[in-house]
Design a protein around this ligand. Sequence first.
Ligand code: 5AD
Length: 431
Amino acid sequence: MCYAIPGNVKSISDNLITIDYFGEERTARNDFYALQVGDYVYAQGGFVVQKIGKKLAEEILDSWKELFFELKETDTRLSKLHHDKTTISKGFLKIISKATYGGSISREEAVRLLLSEDLDELEVLHKSANFIRQKFLGNACCVHGIVEFSNNCMCQCAYCGINRSNINLTRYRLTPKQIRDIVGNAVERFGFKGIVLQSGEDPSYSSKEILNLIKMIMEHYPVFLFLSVGEREDAFYLRAFEAGARAVLFRFETSDDALYAKLHPHSSLKERMRYLKLLKNIGYLIATGSLIGLPQQNVETIIDDFLLAKELGADMYSFGPFIPHPGTPLSGYKAPDVGSILKALSVLRLIDPYGKILVTTALESLYPKAKRQALLCGANSVMLNLTPTNFAALYDIYPSRARGDISLEDQVTEAQLLLRSIGRAPTDLGL
Ligand code: 5AD
């Protein structure tokens, strides 16, 4: 749960607390604060990230009072499941109906949905995904800010423009001071409560330096901290958790063993799995997923990717289109079309009614309006780019990356307007 609306602590049981939001109760873990019943807190990603004073909390809540219910009403209206399509096959509707009641759909059923090319079926699929998101998760939408702090990378991922063989790319590495300023600005000026630190696998940024960075951020800013720094020593991830990081964005990229090996000469799917299990065991929230539209993928392998992410206990799903980069071995391939990604995200929502589904920047890069469309197809999480625009342009994982050239102020305004227009509580932006 991650409303950036302060909530009131109703009860405390060890480190689990119940928080009230205008009569709705949510549970969050409290690892960092001494709390009493009656205190006001912000929670993010299911964790208490900040304790705030009563007077300030009541002022903020006052400003949210009407909007909170207005947003809910809008969302409920937009996620109604009605259709008058009489031509849709009974088999298709049976699968949809099972999912809307919270039943789990089989691999074959998911494949059947993903194979559909029928416009009426697709409309029902999209609406059902939105209905399921609203029914099981309500109208909360996570808004995290991502800082891409280094584009140095020692990996050789065949699809990625910052892979180490791309000698045409100017490399950069933000200093801890620069990162601190970026995070400080996002938190203090824009009210972000969730921050993702992302980089290539950059050995020039030592694990010790990243740990110091985490400690510095946790000491100064009340945020839910995500790491996306790839494969590092196991001990690093243990220490980073101790230092306060609580989530990782760590994709397995494809669940197809042979394809993984082909695309990643430096690593193996087995090792990737080992990391994901280790990270889950340490206690991190897991955001994982794969690329959609890679050469040699098919409908079955995409469903297998979804099922693997679910099996790994993903708290957040990160599935986005592969976009060919001219400086990589996969430059000659084509990106998938937007419709196929929206369809895939809808099927994913039917596979897991409870996980968060991220709208990736890659999807937005294919088609800017896809962000809204994806949020109406089961997705409920977005990321804004905090990287200064001159560096964001060099974080060139794929070409024409959306967001990279838009100021943070404009991104925030745009996100607020979008989320309000579709009735989502704009988490992280709720100062
Ligand atoms: N197209 C889309 N996504 C890409 N990534 C890397 N290269 C590309 C590309 N060409 C994604 C990877 C990685 C994330 C940081 O960026 O899936 O996990």
